[in-house]
Design a protein around this ligand. Sequence first.
Ligand SMILES: [Zn+2]
Length: 428
Amino acid sequence: MFYLKLNQKQDPQGEIPELSRNPILPIMELTTSPFPVDDSELLVWGTLYPETDSEVRREQSPEKKIPMISRDEDGCMIWHFDPEKVCEGILLESYHDGLQHTMELRLPFNYSRVPNWVKRIARTLRMRGIKAPSAIPFPAMETPLALDWLHELCFLQRGKGVSRYPGRDLNWPRQTRAAVVVTHDVDNNWIFENPQWLAQFLDIEEEYGFQGAWYVVPRNSRSKAANRGIEMLRSRGCEIGCHGYNHDAKWPLLPEKQSKKRIEEVCRFRDHWGIRGFRSEWLWRTPAFLKMLSKIFQYDTSVPTVSELFTSVSFNGCGSFFPFRTHGGLMELPLTLPMDEARHQMGLSPEIFWRQQKILADAIIDRGGLVTISLHPQPHQAANDTTLGPFREFLQEINRHSGLWKAPPWKVAERTASQLPDSSGRRS
Ligand SMILES: [Zn+2]
């Protein structure tokens, strides 16, 4: 794997879309030129990102220019890499070695069952020993610009964009220019046992025109209180989604037999509540797991645009502000904003965190993407006055934008799927 920092010379023929910044990208299957490329012929080149400890770095000086696009003496464009492959490799996260198990995943019991106050202490302890930041700051929040650039390069190279990524081609309905969804991870029964808090969330969101999605854990949502809560959500027009199985975060790693049992139970739960979408516990995902989900759900929303958790050399995430087709052709609605829980890792107060969320949401809206807001309605996360106040201000600010499509996630998934044929050419 090469992580390259890209540079571009102005193309005299003006064909190559301009890089607005010099992004770092993982380059898969770089085709090295059979002839040395002269500096004057280079249009786009990369230099190895200095922090990488890949073998290539040891062989080549970091300053060496690695050709990406050049022109021959007749002015014909020569491609030294495949922009679609790079784009796919980013969206499907083949640039990292997979997520790394944490201490909690190795526990012989279900970590989620411990009381919230224990989790709070455990989180503080874990934060103390948190590893140093990843060596390669990829993906970053600017990666979506690079994905769009790769998408444009595909048009230039072969007259069509990246098949699983909509980029500039995505049309939101009724002349809206961006989409916003509000999502909630209901990790346990707390919010259903405290319906006054559930009503508070709903009142705030409805005030600004949102009907959110509530991803509930099948095993944790079987009580009378949970049934009442889910019925209440449905009666107020909310979407019900599936949040894993029992919140032990182990499902994607289980052997087939144990996984099959979970699939059967989750499918019964899905059918009972008319569920279309899935969010994984701890956002834990593997290519095989997403492929399995493609057979039982209409969409997934477990892949962050960028996350610092669970990987070492680089960050992880799809780098996209747009929905796209992931493994198995499954529609993926990326988590384009950090989850509410991330503010603890970031060490930010709720006020500053939600102000930063607003800046990021503005940027996504300006680019015509999908803003995915996600909350955990539990007292140590979002269900407290110090969070709900700044969250309400955030929604109020977002609401000032004109041309927003405020929709439940399943509609966003359906809309995008209709514009992105999957590998079999289907559009749904
Ligand atoms: Zn969760």
